[in-house]
Design a binder for this molecule. Structure first.
Ligand code: BEZ
Length: 234
């Protein structure tokens, strides 16, 4: 995750209440298909759960995140793994990696061209870039209820593939799909807005009340997530 749109992360609250972020990310690891001995960068690793899943498959991992709170939490969770504080747009890796993975992070980055250039530099020729994040139309209803200004980057397949191709990547797979995401609890939407939506609005309670008729069902909230998932080769 970049600190661009969200300066301070409450890593403990993130870990306790937002575990769906890395639970859904396991499907992206299947697309990454890590092999024993490969070197793999996890960009926007948050509290490190997916980095650890990739390491469990035998890869040598480096988890990167711009938030010192998240990196401190990741190191506490997985003390034997390598975690570093860095921003997507200025990332530098000493030895280019076999693959770079990123889940639910790249929509926070302001300078996408700079991030793609650093991803390119972080990979060996033939290296894989595998990412999933918010795609075109992601959380459209939440943004509308909060007043309509979108501080994130939610591209369509054409837009993002063009950026990758401009850098020299070969896009081998791309998909955009609805992924309704359930958050349990009466106050789930307010918690989500409090954790992630500070760039969007100041009053989580009134935004949650606007959304309640369409998103609150059976004791939980179903958020209108939409994902772009992509595999490109350097
Ligand atoms: C997302 O994962 O789609 C997302 C999370 C927080 C803010 C915006 C989007």
């Amino acid at each position: 995750m970049s600190s661009d749109a969200h300066a301070i992360w409450d890593a403990e609250r993130y870990q306790a209440r937002h575990s769906y972020v890395w639970q859904f990310g396991e499907a992206v690891i299947d697309l990454l298909d890590p092999h024993p001995g490969e070197s793999i960068v996890d960009l926007g690793c948050g509290s490190g759960q997916l980095t650890a899943k990739i390491a469990e498959r035998g890869a040598r991992t480096i988890g990167i995140d711009p938030s010192d709170e998240m990196i401190a939490q990741a190191r506490a969770n997985f003390p034997s793994l390598d975690f570093r504080i860095a921003d997507a747009a200025s990332l530098t890796i000493e030895d280019p990696a076999d693959a770079l993975f990123s889940n639910a992070a790249l929509h926070w980055v302001n300078d996408q061209a700079a991030a793609i250039a650093s991803i390119w530099r972080a990979l060996k020729p033939g290296g894989r870039f595998v990412a999933e994040f918010g795609g075109k139309g992601n959380i459209r209803r939440i943004i509308e209820a909060a007043g309509g200004a979108n501080p994130w980057f939610f591209p369509g397949i054409g837009e993002y593939s063009a950026l990758l191709e401009r850098q020299g990547f070969e896009v081998r797979f791309a998909t955009l799909f609805d992924r309704p995401t359930r958050i349990e609890g009466e106050h789930g939407m307010e918690e989500w807005l409090g954790m992630f939506g500070s760039a969007l609005m100041r009053d989580p309670k009134s935004v949650a009340e606007k959304l309640r008729p369409e998103m609150y069902r059976d004791g939980g909230w179903v958020l209108d997530y939409r994902r772009i998932r992509i595999l490109a080769i350097r």
